[in-house]
Write a protein that binds this ligand. Structure first.
Ligand SMILES: CC(C)(COP(=O)(O)OP(=O)(O)OC[C@H]1O[C@@H](n2cnc3c(N)ncnc32)[C@H](O)[C@@H]1OP(=O)(O)O)[C@@H](O)C(=O)NCCC(=O)NCCS
Length: 178
């Protein structure tokens, strides 16, 4: 069985979304515990992570603000990425990549790249011509993004705290023209 990338459908398939959001919450908890720079601080409880996926993300998808893509193999959720499309009125052509993560045990098998290719296809299908993202400067995610066509726009020092709150790190902005 090969890894498939599917679109989450919390409104059409709420039971499936509930099951998927539990797995996504575990991936988020594991990623943050390992120090991922993904917007959350340690310690992140499973309950808080579940609420984030089950409620916050689901609402945003239902409101048409974003697409959530999920990598699945044999009904097991292995990774995810989001494409945020609700931009200011003067940027209808732009979308942003967010919350890219792969389960620790499934990394370095090309799942991140498959998710990014699917996100770019989705962006194109949504009529977008520019996709942007930011990533911790020096993070292993940067070569992944570069490998699917993203270019570095520039970096901002001391942009956010590390997940353990001990130090600040820079962020690098990247873009991909479709
Ligand atoms: C970043 C992340 C999503 C990569 O997912 P992945 O499925 O392991 O990535 P892939 O296997 O598709 O790797 C694609 C490319 O990215 C780069 N890469 C990925 N992980 C790497 C690592 N640990 N070290 C060096 N390069 C790495 C490589 O260039 C790789 O290509 P290669 O395997 O042909 O050399 C994963 O490490 C992750 O979930 N990290 C925690 C969450 C996070 O920090 N997300 C980024 C937010 S901006």
């Amino acid at each position: 069985m090969q890894v498939q990338v599917i679109k989450a459908a919390p409104n059409d398939k709420p039971d499936l979304w509930l099951a998927q959001s539990r797995s996504l919450a575990q991936i988020l908890v594991d990623s943050v515990a390992a120090g991922a720079a993904i917007g959350f601080m340690q310690p992140l409880s499973l309950e808080a992570a579940q609420a984030f996926w089950r409620d916050t993300v689901a609402l945003s998808v239902i409101q048409g603000e974003r697409d959530v893509l999920i990598a699945v193999e044999n009904n097991t959720v292995l990774g995810t990425v989001q494409l945020v499309g609700n931009m200011p009125p003067n940027q209808p052509h732009r979308a942003e990549i967010a919350k890219m993560m792969v389960a620790p045990e499934a990394r370095r098998k090309g799942i991140g790249r498959a998710l990014m290719h699917a996100a770019l296809r989705t962006a194109k299908g949504n009529g977008k011509t520019l996709v942007t993202l930011d990533t911790r400067t020096g993070d292993v995610a940067a070569p992944l993004y570069a490998s699917v066509g993203f270019k570095v726009a520039g970096s901002i020092p001391d942009f956010a705290y590390d997940a353990d709150g001990q130090a600040l790190h820079g962020t690098t902005y990247m873009y991909c023209k479709l």
